[in-house]
Design a protein around this ligand. Structure first.
Ligand code: ME8
Length: 663
């Protein structure tokens, strides 16, 4: 007996920004397949994770003013939170900063070096930090030249600028494996899907001659170091691709999962990263003498009507907003139904709300409502046993059977729009069946009682089929349908048939709508408003929500901080306070009508206090005045920093006017 194991992976995401609905697509798409395969009796291993090394992450962390590790830790928490919101049923979450992964990557690199697949050389080329990718001149979307025609820069296809990089680098002998790769493509035409993409890879990258790939960098440090030459950091793509095997134990003591699950059944990826997965990754595996993954599925992108999603355009849609407003199922449904295999899909708020109203609330929701209501009305809630009695039954049964088969075929092909089309064909046919059989007419005549019973059974049976088929896509809706039909959670997708309706079931006494009808205009306006709210790029710039910043006090909200008024104040006079060896009494010009007085306990740090006269200090200006030493009112607080037993008042540049607000 062949083992029914199934290993599916998403790309590991760069934790370099908040994930939008486009980036969430791949992960939901894999989740659907993982759930489908589990229902079909497979032992599934679903891997996802984060690609945490590289220059881009190092830069992002720097911008956020925190260490790369703190940055990626925060991001990993945020991403896991999002996957939990989207109910992603992953079995494993790998982070390339996980120790086991780093160790295995270093080990493999040394192995490839020792066997001569990797060698040391000199690299000069054009590098895009944002893409973490080198480009040849011909691969660039735009090339900048000086007046003599020499290339001085350019723009990658992604729109990011490239910079010239010249450094000592290790190279991978990709060229050595080119013929073997081409032969593999020929023997395995199913290796890259959708069709056509394999040719694209051959034409654009392999036939022009596969260049050796620079696989180390010396210009940054955030990555896995080459053990025998630690000034080199392993190129982030080599590091990242290896996650698919290190996650399941390759190069480690316990290889049980590797033996069980490798080669992967599917690497699901976006079209932009197909080159890495279809050329470099197979070659790395060949060099390691490992079998290649069975299938690469490269999907298109979600774009907006005005092009790619981008914060500066103000057209980015975040999954959290859609889930909060409309629930999870519509989002999963919309994304899986709207992206045709192999091409890009356009997200529009109109389409989003439209699909909820027409396909989910009308087609599916109404069918359930009517069915539950009629079974209650005509049979006291008890679902009649499945039987054939009307002239329309056979056609309904045929349509259901055909579309169950079509559904399975499309699920295997990872063509979700077509799989869902098959389900909606069943739904429409069933709605039509209600019109054809007109149960309200049958109910009038006792002689038609058997027919009426058969119609009710067919409706329940058809909805049961639908609940099964949508389960991998919309868990909550599927469960709700089963619940309302009185079927609990007795799923059996493997043996699904219309006639498989269990006997002795009872629908709920009162069905609840699974999708409320939406006010189209209002909801479209809502989504558009939320998209525009993200327009100001600075405001939406991502900082991990939960980074552990060092602070001796608890966190406060911005509003709390905003209550404090800090101002520039010039020292006009200062003197020691009689009877206290701690206090100094200041007269300050803080832009008020009159000078103000502040007492500050810093005397022992400024034995020669007169040196402070004329300095511009920072004071808390709106602190409630308080009486000190019984006779002096202190009207604020002077800010200072204490460190290693020393103290310094905080000064500002003399050019800043007295009273200027600091914030
Ligand atoms: O590429 N529509 O990570 P990533 C659909 N770290 N898919 C989209 C999309 C959109 N608008 N935007 C992004 C990386 N994606 C590497 C992977 S794997 C060893 C290393 C998809 O965070 C994109 O195509 O840039 C890719 O599949 C995934 O999101 C992660 O992209």
């Amino acid at each position: 007996m062949t083992e029914k194991n199934f290993y599916i992976t998403t790309p590991i995401y760069y934790p370099s920004g908040k994930l939008h609905i486009g980036s969430a697509y791949t992960t939901i798409a894999c989740d659907v397949l993982a759930r489908y395969k589990r229902m079909m009796g497979f032992d599934v291993h679903y891997l996802t994770g984060l690609d945490e090394h590289g220059q881009k992450i190092q830069q992002k962390a720097q911008e956020a003013g925190i260490s790369p590790q703190a940055y990626v830790d925060g991001m990993a928490r945020d991403v896991k939170k999002l996957w939990s919101l989207l109910d992603i049923s992953y079995d494993q979450f790998i982070r390339t900063t996980d120790r086991y992964h780093e160790e295995a990557v270093a080990k493999v690199f040394e192995k490839l070096l020792a066997q001569g697949d990797i060698y040391l050389g000199e690299y000069t080329g054009w590098y895009s930090v944002s893409d973490e990718e080198f480009f040849t001149e011909s691969q660039l979307a735009e090339v900048y030249r000086d007046e003599n025609g020499n290339m001085i820069g350019g723009v990658a296809p992604s729109g990011h600028e490239v910079e010239k990089v010249s450094e000592e680098s290790y190279f991978f002998r990709m060229s050595k494996y080119a013929d073997r790769l081409v032969a593999y493509y020929k023997e395995h035409p199913e290796f890259i899907q959708p069709d056509g993409r394999m040719n694209e890879m051959l034409k654009n990258f392999i036939e022009p001659g596969l260049e050796d790939l620079a696989v180390s960098r010396t210009t940054y440090t955030w990555g896995v170091k080459v053990p025998s030459n630690p000034k080199h950091v392993i190129y982030v793509w080599i590091d990242a691709l290896m996650n698919y095997i290190t996650a399941i134990g390759y190069g480690q003591e316990d290889q049980a999962n590797f033996d069980k699950f490798w080669p992967a059944d599917i690497h699901m990826i976006g079209k932009d990263i197909l080159r890495f997965h279809s050329i470099y990754w197979p070659i790395m595996l060949m060099a390691l003498d490992l079998p290649l993954p069975k299938r690469l599925v490269a999907h298109g992108w979600f774009v907006m009507q005005d092009g790619k999603m981008s914060k500066s355009k103000g057209n980015v849609v975040y999954p959290e907003m859609l889930v909060e407003r409309f629930g999870l199922d519509p989002l999963r449904y919309y994304l899986m139904r709207s992206l045709p295999v192999g091409s890009d899909g356009t997200f529009t708020p109109e389409d989003y709300v439209g699909r909820i109203n027409y396909e989910l609330a009308n087609d599916l929701g109404n069918l359930l409502n009517r069915t539950v209501a009629m079974i209650n009305k005509y049979f006291g809630g008890e679902v009649p046993a499945f039987a054939t009695a009307t002239e329309f039954d056979a056609d309904l049964a045929a349509v259901v059977a055909d579309n169950i088969a079509a559904y399975h075929k499309q699920m295997e092909a990872v063509d979700y729009p077509k799989a869902l089309d098959a389900v909606w064909t069943i739904i429409s046919r069933t709605n039509k069946y209600i019109d054809e059989t007109a149960p309200w007419v049958l109910a009038k005549d006792e002689a038609d009682r058997d027919k009426l019973a058969a119609v009710m059974a067919h409706l329940a049976a058809s909805l049961r089929v639908v609940a099964h088929l949508i389960q991998p896509f919309m868990m909550e809706t599927s469960n709700a349908i089963m619940e309302q039909l009185g079927l609990g959670s007795a799923f059996d997708l493997e043996n699904l048939e219309l006639s498989g309706l269990p006997t002795d079931i009872k629908v709920v006494a009162k069905g609840t709508p699974i999708f409320p009808r939406l006010d189209m205009e209002e909801e479209i306006a809502y989504i558009k408003g939320q998209m525009n709210a993200g327009k100001a790029p600075a405001e939406k710039e991502w900082v991990p929500e939960e980074v552990e910043l060092t602070s001796s006090k608890g966190q406060i909200k911005f509003d709390d901080f905003d209550k404090v008024e800090i101002r520039v104040a010039e020292v006009i006079e200062v003197e020691k306070v009689e009877g206290s060896d701690k206090l100094l009494r200041f007269r300050l010009d803080a832009g008020d009508a009159d000078h103000r007085q502040i007492l500050s306990g810093i005397a022992k740090f400024y034995p020669n206090e007169q040196e402070l006269v004329g300095k511009k200090l920072q004071i808390v200006a709106n602190l409630k005045p308080r009486k000190m030493m019984k006779k002096y009112v202190s009207q604020g607080m002077i800010l200072s920093a204490e460190h290693d037993g020393k103290l310094a008042v905080l000064t500002v540049d003399p050019s800043v006017p007295n009273g200027a607000i600091i914030g």
